[in-house]
Design a protein around this ligand. Sequence first.
Ligand SMILES: NC(=O)c1ccc[n+]([C@@H]2O[C@H](COP(=O)([O-])OP(=O)(O)OC[C@H]3O[C@@H](n4cnc5c(N)ncnc54)[C@H](O)[C@@H]3O)[C@@H](O)[C@H]2O)c1
Length: 372
Amino acid sequence: MGKRTDFLYLSEEDMLKAGVLDYARCIDVEEEIFGLLSKDDYRMGGAKYNSHGIAVSFPKESDIPGMPLDAPDRRFLAMPGYLGGRFHIAGMKWYGSNITNPQIGLPRSVLMVMLNNVETGEPVALMSANLVSSVRTGCVPGVGVRHLARKGAEVCACIGAGPVSKACFEAIRIEAKDLKEVLIFDIIKEKAQAFADDVARKYGLKASAADSLEEAVRPADIVSVAASSVRPVNLRNEWLKKGSLVIMTGRCNVDEDYYSSAKIIWDNPKMHDVYYDEHLLLPEDKRFINGIGVQIYRMVYEGKLPALLQQPGLGDVILGTREGRTSDDDRILFIAGGMVIWDLGWSYELLENARRMGLGISLNLWTDPYLA
Ligand SMILES: NC(=O)c1ccc[n+]([C@@H]2O[C@H](COP(=O)([O-])OP(=O)(O)OC[C@H]3O[C@@H](n4cnc5c(N)ncnc54)[C@H](O)[C@@H]3O)[C@@H](O)[C@H]2O)c1
């Protein structure tokens, strides 16, 4: 007789009951994961164990019947990983994305997480992950603010007024305890205004839609960039004041002299080193164009900054092995690129909550595996 395997299925409703929107708890969990990152107690895919994931994309044209065609956000992406420490879990975030989804009442991307037993590979849980992904994306900047923002930071600029920018703000406001004012810039001003109205109503903060990027950024102690690439976000060195923290969750350019004068702290230098290698495989004119932090890659390539693996990660700062902010005047740039291990840790935490609360549906994989 073989071994029976059951796993837990958790719908979005179950995830909500399990506390997926608990930003404060998620910030603590992501902080713990930064420590594991710094100690190398994790694995992602690829030869250097640090690949973000692997995408399936489609051709622009095709004669093959049924072949999907390329379009904005038309892709599938698999992000596998292992997370150590108390989590000791393997798994994968897997999603499909299509910009036309909202027209039929769906989010642009539809995400699931599968968690697996590390020893046997059996599924442990299959869960809806849109909210997992969005909350963990917001909470990584929250950890950044906890460790890198100037104490007493009062003004935050949010660049972009989409769901990711909003998730980032949710976590930033938890950590920026002295926050008084929020300036929001989006190329669609009505979106910025609606976001500002929401912030003012929910949190009683002074919040407004800025007329320009400069207007939002100049007074800001914390600048959170999470805009899409419809139009590039080009920050100027002179706009970024002493003591400011810039958090790049989405793509953004800054004048080169900023990078030489600010402290750069990465989410994970080892992952960016893999991205860097991938850029080197591209033709010269396509290198260092797309991606978060690619301007820094170019400066490394040109010998203007140290190799990525020599640069500090936030996990190193948290564990005290590398320096973070040492003065209220430091200008710090935190690159928050996104990794599956954030999803695995937060999903695992929610699975534990769900088990305690008796949520979800237990599904049977087999009672007696046919091939055992
Ligand atoms: N680091 C991570 O883990 C992670 C995860 C998910 C998404 N992201 C990034 O977050 C970005 C935003 O995601 P979203 O789902 O909120 O996208 P979205 O398209 O729903 O919203 C983006 C907003 O940015 C605005 N915008 C575009 N260009 C701008 C500019 N130059 N200045 C100001 N506003 C501008 C758009 O008008 C829109 O309101 C994505 O493009 C992606 O790069 C990062």
